[in-house]
Design a protein around this ligand. Sequence first.
Ligand code: 5GP
Length: 189
Amino acid sequence: MDTSIIIPEGFPYAGNNLEEIISPDSVQQRVGEIGREISGMYQGKVPIIIGVLNGAFLFMADLVRHLDIQFEVDFIKIDSYGDGTKSSGTVRLLKDISADITDRDVIVVEDIVDTGLSLKFLKHRMEEASPKSLRFATFLYKPDVASTELEIDWTGFSIEDRFVVGYGLDLKQIYRGLPGIYAVNEEGK
Ligand code: 5GP
């Protein structure tokens, strides 16, 4: 991408450029593939698809447009990063789901799995309600950071341990609308 996007003063990494690491075309192609896989696996079923706010809103919206099955949606909002660029180590539930997921097929849609703390929290929350089945999709995954015992059913892309923005992911609430995935390029430092 055009590296003329320079992070403004007052934000983490101020003065550095954003470097495209996944193009908008690759994003859309991969989301289509995952959507087709999910459709194949849930033929004849009506899963509840639960988006994890705020970061997963674009992935969720694009993903469901690739489904050729019936489905319901719901959302949960959690926070583990606050406004920073590192996990706080604790997960706060900011908004719970409202659907009754007992005995339902549930698919949780996440933006990114970093330490995996959020995923573990979500798994615990969902399992409390005894769904019929529970699967996880994440758009991004940082294998070098996450603990190994995580069970993720669909991963868009595995990426290096860098702070990324775009496609729903923010830096202090900005950059969520960028169509690809961008990392802070600190090389010029
Ligand atoms: P985890 O609980 O797996 O450590 O972190 C998951 C959450 O942390 C994500 O849902 C996201 O909100 C945030 N996060 C983790 N890595 C990044 C990143 O590289 N960029 C952004 N913008 N958020 C991230």
